[in-house]
Design a protein around this ligand. Structure first.
Ligand code: TRP
Length: 350
């Protein structure tokens, strides 16, 4: 966790940027964010970040979304199913409202000039700075894998992702702020050593509600508590039905003592725009069964149009491939331009 002072400062900056964007001053902002293609996107991704990406996109911010395929191997040994995961990720994005005419969608591995920024950038950080990054430590512990060189340098390749397209806002949760600090540091150090190429980078702290998994823990595919955007109505119903509530019939919203029941109420609340307590009161003595039917209906009706659009993309893989090829082409042009500026600044134009 960053110290309070820097958190407060980051929050103040983030609020200023949000105010600018809300006031229509979007032209000075370029957003970059992305996901690792390790599986299907779920409701946590949807409400936690996809909705915000679409909002920024539609307000006129330049939006860029990286499918971070190289990051898949930061803490695992295999790239099994990666192509399938990447195409499905594009389908999830498109179904959720990411518009490829406005947002550049691209894969890490297809943009060599962006990856080449890694070399000068690595010279701008010390081993100690990499070693003490809390996100790197947390990821290593969670993976149960030894610390690979790729994971250790993960904040530096995120800096390449953000800076090649001169991204200056990155939507993040509070725990991701240390990453943004590494990127800002790299940008500042590069500019002061070699010349002004990169922008000032800020985290856009998202105030979106955190949606728990069906058991009340963090939503994660590996816990089996995640509803994927791509699930059918039947799969959704089955997963909700299987989720653990408790033996008390009276439904109440009490996240500390009744994590399962409360997670279901939160999920229904977010999909219907209602207060979870009000839903609890309405179900009252109806018990877990009535609660689960309510949640299933809430999730399935919210996602019905999104899933319908997704089916269309599933049937048109050529289109999905074209979207990605076009994004990759645009990303390469931008990355080559930036790498040219970097070489120029470093006196490496031959
Ligand atoms: N690390 C992000 C994830 O785990 C994906 C990602 C890659 C990213 N590069 C980025 C996010 C740059 C923000 C900025 O899903």
């Amino acid at each position: 966790m960053p110290n309070e002072g820097s958190y407060e400062a980051a929050l103040r900056r983030s609020n200023e940027i949000q105010a600018d964007i809300d006031a229509g001053k979007t032209e000075k902002y370029t957003m970059l964010t992305g996901d690792r293609p390790t599986g299907r996107l779920h409701l946590g991704h949807y409400f936690g970040t996809l909705v915000e990406r679409v909002r920024l996109q539609n307000l006129g911010v330049k939006t860029n979304v990286i499918i971070a395929d190289y990051q898949v191997i930061t803490d695992r040994d295999t790239t099994e199913h990666i192509q399938d995961n990447v195409y499905n990720m594009v389908m999830d994005y498109l179904a959720c409202g990411i518009d490829p005419a406005k947002t550049m969608i691209f894969t890490h591995s297809a943009v060599p000039a962006a990856n080449q920024l890694m070399l000068p950038f690595l010279s701008l950080v010390s081993e100690a700075e990499l070693q003490r990054n809390p996100t790197v430590k947390a990821e290593m512990e969670a993976s149960g894998h030894s610390l690979t060189g790729l994971l250790l340098t993960y904040p530096v390749h995120q800096a390449c992702d953000i800076l090649f397209c001169k991204g200056n806002i990155v939507p993040v949760g509070r725990d991701q702020l240390p990453h943004i600090e590494v990127t800002s540091k790299i940008a500042r150090r590069f500019n002061s050593r070699f010349g002004n190429v990169f922008p000032e980078v800020s985290g856009l702290l998202t105030s979106n509600p955190l949606i728990p998994g069906l058991d009340g823990r963090k939503m994660s595919k590996s816990y089996g508590n995640a509803i994927s955007i791509s699930m059918t109505e039947e799969e959704t119903a089955k997963l909700i039905k299987k989720s653990k509530t408790d033996s008390e019939r009276m439904i109440t919203f009490d996240p500390d003592n009744r994590p399962g029941v409360s997670a279901l109420l939160t999920t229904a609340g977010i999909c219907t725009g209602r207060d979870p307590r009000e839903i609890a009161d309405e179900i009252g003595n109806g018990g877990g069964g009535a609660l689960k039917s309510y949640v299933t209906e809430a999730v399935n009706s919210y996602f019905a149009p999104i899933r319908e659009r997704r089916h269309e993309f599933e049937g048109d893989l050529d289109y999905v491939r074209d979207v990605l090829a076009d994004g990759n082409k645009r990303a390469n042009a931008i990355a080559e331009q930036t790498l040219g500026e970097v070489r120029e600044a470093m006196g490496m134009s031959y």
